[in-house]
Ligand binder design. Structure first.
Ligand code: C5P
Length: 297
């Protein structure tokens, strides 16, 4: 018996970074959006917990106890007193260390999959609380859609978001380490700039042009310092007619907003032709969070 869960990547439409807290995390105010680029996790009945990974960047993902999906399943097992294990397999399409919360997505998928496989009967709030223990972006990967994240990023509030959005995701050759980007951000000490209110207003009115203008990320300066070539990527998006361009999360993925599905395909073709992007994907948003695609039994 096995179950499969499909889980999306996220981008940050606005990412405002506040004070560094005593626990080392930063106070955030961020608008998450789940985009249609998915990892798929399968969990099969097994006596022990194991994990394997295939697909996009899989060589960079540990399969031992450092694997985030395995850690999520282990946490669920311990907290619910389940005695059986599970054989987890992650088929990756979300790039590793790309600022798209791929590892968090896998942790969220493992929680949802093992909850179904083991029939733990946890309610959504319990799953979200476990998710928050696993990482700042894990609750949103369970939640999906478009949401405001505060605190470490784990406290989620539903936001009114009208309309569909068409994104082009420009993937880089090498990832960036999130702690390194936050640390450089602290050294640079830029003033908070991302305009969360403007993003929320654009989403309320369902106006892609206004959303394009409002996109902003306080970590972008640090990501650009670590990866100067991102500047060319951002400019290429603007020149190719994107409604807005922004580095996603801690980068280095760049998200470009297009006016329609066909416009996204044209934008993707144009920025892919410039030569520096490792890969370019189009993705619609918002989409649901981690969901079962095959049922147990
Ligand atoms: O929570 P998560 O493990 O995804 O965070 C990865 C790293 O990102 C943290 O170790 C920390 O360096 C940084 N971070 C932060 N403030 C946040 C979220 C993440 O400084 N609110």
């Amino acid at each position: 018996m096995s179950v499969s869960v499909r889980v999306p990547a996220k981008i940050n439409l606005a990412l405002r970074v506040g004070e560094r807290r005593a626990d080392g995390y930063h106070e955030l105010s961020t608008v998450f959006q789940a985009v249609g680029l998915y990892d798929t996790l399968t969990a099969a009945r097994a006596p022990a917990l194991t994990a394997s990974v295939s697909g996009e960047g899989c060589a960079l993902v540990p399969t031992g106890e450092g694997n985030l999906a395995l850690r999520a399943a282990r946490l669920l097992q311990v907290r619910t007193g389940v005695r059986e294990g599970a054989e987890l397999h992650v088929a990756k399409a979300i790039p590793v260390a790309g600022g798209l919360a791929g590892g968090s997505a896998d942790a969220a998928a493992a929680l949802v999959a093992c909850d179904a496989l083991w029939q733990t009967g946890l309610v959504r709030e319990d799953l979200l609380a476990l998710a928050a223990e696993l990482g700042s972006d894990v609750p949103f990967a369970v939640h999906g859609g478009t949401a405001l994240g505060t605190g470490r990023g784990c406290q989620l509030t539903e936001v009114l978001a009208r309309g569909r959005y068409y994104w082009v995701l420009v993937l880089a050759e090498r990832g960036l380490a999130t702690p390194e980007v936050f640390a450089l951000h602290d050294d640079l000490a830029p003033r908070p700039r991302a305009d969360v209110e403007a993003v929320l207003a654009a989403l309320r009115s369902g106006d892609p042009a206004a959303l394009g203008r409002a996109l902003g990320n306080d970590l972008q300066a640090a990501a650009l310092r670590l990866r100067p070539e991102l500047d060319r990527v951002l400019s290429a998006g603007v020149e190719a007619g994107a409604l807005g361009v922004v580095v996603s999360g801690s980068g280095p993925t760049v998200a470009m907003l297009a006016a329609s599905g066909p416009a996204a395909v044209r934008l993707a073709a144009e920025v892919a032709g410039c030569g520096w992007a490792r890969a370019v994907r189009t993705a619609e948003a918002p989409v649901a969070g981690a969901r079962l695609v095959t049922m147990p039994g």
